[in-house]
Design a protein around this ligand. Sequence first.
Ligand code: SAM
Length: 279
Amino acid sequence: MTHPGQLLKQKRLYAGKELGQNFLSNPGTARMIVEKTGISNDTRVLEIGSGLGALTIPIARITHHVTAVEKDSRLIPILQQELDNEDLKNVELINKDVLKLDIPGIAKDKKLVVIGNLPYNISSQILFRLVEERSCIKKAFLMFQKQLAKRIIAPPGGRDYSRLSAVVQYAADISFVADIGPSSFFPRPEVDSTILQFNFFEKKELSLEQEKLLFNVIKAAFSKRRKSLKNSMTGGEFEFKKDFIIKALELAGIDAKRRAETLTVDEFKSLSLAVWETS
Ligand code: SAM
């Protein structure tokens, strides 16, 4: 792998902060990450934010086909050249915003393994998108800023537990893979990074409509996280009435004075089913 600093310099380019461009510059770290994913020749891989190919190249050496999506058009010809130099012909590069990508269209008839060193400014949005599309995703191995990774895996009861934690923990079994220090990147970020593995649950307990409601209930509950549920969930974007919320909380057996951050995922499910039944 050519050092990203050298590739950018040759083309007189710069790494864009607005696109979260901290490229992996340590080939050993990139290889270690790809090894941890356990992909094999017949795994269908979607890579998010391929950049200059630090992960794309070791992935393409293992699996027969990789789809790599990258928003920055400046990087596409550079990565294509790197792939040509390595004689790798099994990578489909798509120059697009991943938030607008037709993920089921890429999966076709086979579930995807998603891999990405994510742009830090839209990591949460990407994760919400993957949750939405999880019926065509088997696993994901994603790198985040360490602080965000802590929030994703945080248990209820603490300050790190958030809307994102509850939604993702509902959809996937999440495990820690590795911490990566700033010296593995160019340019060096100021903070540590963490890789998490997401194994999306096969079985959908709720219908699509019920799941949409659950996500709205979680969003409403966390909208004013310092307030008790009966106040945080009232009004706002979903225009829940106070009497209605108190009734639903009672039906779900949840004390209306509790705050969103104390509710387990199962309690959010009970609450949304109570809202469903009360409606
Ligand atoms: N995978 C490369 C690596 O590990 O060196 C690059 C990782 S860098 C942290 C994130 C990459 O995501 C950048 O190449 C950036 O241009 C790209 N990116 C940023 N926003 C994107 C978006 N909305 N859709 C697709 N790619 C995006």
